[in-house]
Ligand binder design. Sequence first.
Ligand SMILES: Cc1cc2nc3c(=O)[nH]c(=O)nc-3n(C[C@H](O)[C@H](O)[C@H](O)COP(=O)(O)OP(=O)(O)OC[C@H]3O[C@@H](n4cnc5c(N)ncnc54)[C@H](O)[C@@H]3O)c2cc1C
Length: 369
Amino acid sequence: MPWHSLCSRGGLKRMARKRIVIIGSNFAGFTAAVALKGLLRSAHDVTVISRFDQFVFHPSLIRLPFGARTAQQAAFPVRPTFAEQGIAFRDEGALKLDLAGHKVITPTTEERYDFLVIATGAKPNYGAVPGLGPRGYTQSIMTLAEAEQARGAFETFLKAPGPVVIGDVQDSSCRQPAYEFLLNMERVLDQRGLSSQVPLTHLTSGPKLAAEGLNVIANAAVAEISPRQIRLADGRTLPFAYSMLLPSFLGVDVVRACEKITDAAGFVRVNAFNQTDAHPEVFAAGAAVAAGPPEKSGWLAEKMGLRVAKNIAACISGEALACAEPPETVNLPASPIALDDGWIIPGAEAGWAQGAFERYFPVGGTPLS
Ligand SMILES: Cc1cc2nc3c(=O)[nH]c(=O)nc-3n(C[C@H](O)[C@H](O)[C@H](O)COP(=O)(O)OP(=O)(O)OC[C@H]3O[C@@H](n4cnc5c(N)ncnc54)[C@H](O)[C@@H]3O)c2cc1C
């Protein structure tokens, strides 16, 4: 049923107290929650359910393994902001979505909703390549814990340096952070006087990016990874002493189980209002949304979170809904910033912008749009 017909049925226009439940508290979920509460004030209830009580600023995870950021700089607790804004917070994972019954089931409760926002991000699909990821033989920086593990592995590597392979595997929609990680690695090796003894390779499933003096293997597929060797699908092998490869993604399990609203990979299919057609009271934002290229980004997640907040408020008040205006391709500033056309904004200029973002989100300000 289209969104406008849901609104025009009349029931939602009458402003009875509504319960909005948001799953996820990072770029999309945090933004949606704060914006919604700002729009609805105390007239309706906003509850966030998230299995992690920290907002993780992923661009900082690119620097953390090199000691240029700490975990405290890369994340902040969401609880104080939510408490200040009157947003209820449940620090636990959603186990099941009962879309027919309008309930989110967690280990301790069943949270009833009138509107649901799915902002659960994406799940790294390490299983797609044998040996890939932190439980295999390569590093990753998708989470704070993984970035800290990558940092420990980097310190071990420095004691016995050898070939380094950085990049992404086939079907990854997260190539740009790997490229930025590669440039940081290049700079750090140079600063430590290791450039001449450490062969550095950019291995990517995408096209060759601008990088002089680097060994680049583009449009590649990885067949298997063993303790110190990557075997490509074309039979070539790459030895490594340190490797960071970003994976492909799936929707998180609890969302993937809802086949009525998801695609084959478990991402939520939404219309231009970020709303599911099968359940008009269910919205999705951020990396949880089924979308083709460009890469999923924090900036886009934030824009979607804001749109969802406006649309839920509009539905409650019976106003017109806001529609996506493609293409939406802008990224949050990271350090350095790699642009689509291969240009790089170097660390010095990008660094202050990143610092500003790190300070900006904890105060719960209205997101940039
Ligand atoms: C290293 C790295 C660098 C990046 N750099 C940039 C950059 O420079 N610029 C840019 O624009 N983008 C960047 N990105 C991409 C950006 O971080 C993501 O697109 C963004 O995090 C997506 O936001 P999201 O809120 O949709 O999902 P996420 O940030 O993944 O948040 C998902 C939320 O859902 C919660 N959750 C998940 N499952 C459940 C469950 N079952 N129950 C309850 N809660 C759950 C999690 O706890 C979390 O709060 C980078 C990504 C990485 C990994």
